[in-house]
Design a protein around this ligand. Structure first.
Ligand code: NAD
Ligand code: UDP
Length: 317
């Protein structure tokens, strides 16, 4: 049993990670400021003595003892990370320095949750880890993608300079139960719109592509990266099954049986045209490949959204 800190542990991916760590018998400390996270997400563990929640903003220093730190704290949806972009930069820069500081003091392993956004609007396809990316440093996404790039820089230099055992993973679009209704990302938007019979909002002409990974696959990849000896990354984690956003809309309509109409809205600035991970490195180094296909994962996600809507969870417009 290890003592494991999960920053961002009340959020979408972080809470599924906490579930998996709890199931393995670890002591889990969830550190979260509840910006986009929710106490509902760790309700199942509240009475468990192995689980602890600390409401804390990672931009502030923190004293903790731990064997492993999964550093996920950062809003992931463009809507949420652009709401207060300066804060997003601080979370990525100061927050990452603070957590690396904890890791250095107690010699814990630290895994940084980076993102496919470090590749920007990629000029190479699919994206391999060696690709340096095509990022606009002053664009609306820069608080997040440049923030994550400096978080990677910090992490690799703590590894090289202080010989910390760090891991960098680059997460590609991930979806599943517990995404917020008002998350603003495409999977949750389309499911909520379809279930409520509202128009499905396609940004641009819907030909832009993404590759969606189900959250249980993502969690197993993240945990595989943490335990892999002498491996520091960066490594792509995602599902290489690429489809257009219009195709995703059609699939959500089919699986929900909804009669919602497709409507076209302006494409946000700097919206990447194509995105698909090259997962060769993850397969070779971690023995990891995603297992859940999109249809199966969407069905589970839709069932979760339906249950939460029926259960009266608020669904802000
Ligand atoms: P999320 O918004 O559901 O979770 C982020 C969590 O971090 C939330 O619980 C939030 O309250 C917390 N948080 C934000 N700022 C904080 C701060 N300053 N101090 C403490 N806690 C803070 O997002 P998610 O989808 O679960 O993403 C988790 C991580 O994975 C993020 O680092 C994100 O950048 C990365 N990621 C996610 C995706 C994806 O598709 N979901 C893709 C690429 C990278
Ligand atoms: N998108 C869309 N309709 C929506 C929300 C998003 O067409 O209601 C598009 C968005 O423009 C982007 C893709 O879906 O091309 C994925 O967007 P998301 O915000 O989920 O993630 P990211 O752009 O960070 O990959």
């Amino acid at each position: 049993m290890a003592r494991v800190v999960v920053t961002g542990g009340a959020g979408f991916i972080g809470s599924h990670l906490c579930d998996a760590l709890m199931a393995q018998g670890h002591e889990v400390i969830c550190v979260d400021n509840l910006y986009t996270g929710s106490k509902r997400n760790f309700e199942a563990h509240r009475q468990n003595a192995r689980f602890e929640f600390i409401r804390h903003d990672v931009t502030q220093p923190l004293m903790l003892e731990a064997d492993e730190i999964y550093h996920l704290a950062c809003p992931a949806s463009p809507v949420h990370y652009q709401f207060n972009p300066v804060k997003t930069v601080k979370t990525n820069v100061i927050g990452t320095i603070n957590m690396l500081g904890v890791a250095k003091r107690v010699r814990a392993r630290l895994l940084l949750a980076s993102t496919s956004e470090v590749y920007g609007d990629p000029l190479q396809h699919p994206q391999k880890e060696e690709y340096w990316g095509n990022v606009n440093p002053i664009g609306p996404r820069s608080c997040y993608d440049e923030g994550k790039r400096i978080a990677e820089t910090l992490t690799v230099n703590y590894h090289l300079q202080h010989r910390l055992n760090t891991k960098i993973i680059r997460i590609f679009n991930t979806y599943g139960p517990r995404m917020l209704f008002n998350d603003g990302r495409v999977v949750s938007n389309f499911i909520v719109q379809a279930l409520r019979g509202e128009d499905i909002t396609l940004y641009g002409d819907g030909t832009q592509t993404r590759s969606f990974c189900y959250v249980s696959d993502m969690v197993s990849g993240i945990m595989a990266a943490m335990v892999k000896k002498d491996f520091y990354g960066p490594v792509n984690l995602g599902n290489p099954n690429e489809l257009s956003i219009a195709e995703l809309a059609e699939l959500v309509l089919e699986l929900t049986g909804s009669g919602s109409k497709l409507v076209f809205r302006k494409l946000p600035a700097d919206d990447p045209t194509r995105r698909r991970p090259d997962c060769t490195l993850a397969e070779q180094e971690l023995g990891w490949t995603p297992k859940v296909d999109l249809r199966e994962g969407l069905k589970k996600t839709i069932a979760d959204f339906e249950a939460r809507l029926k259960g009266g969870e608020k669904c802000p417009k």
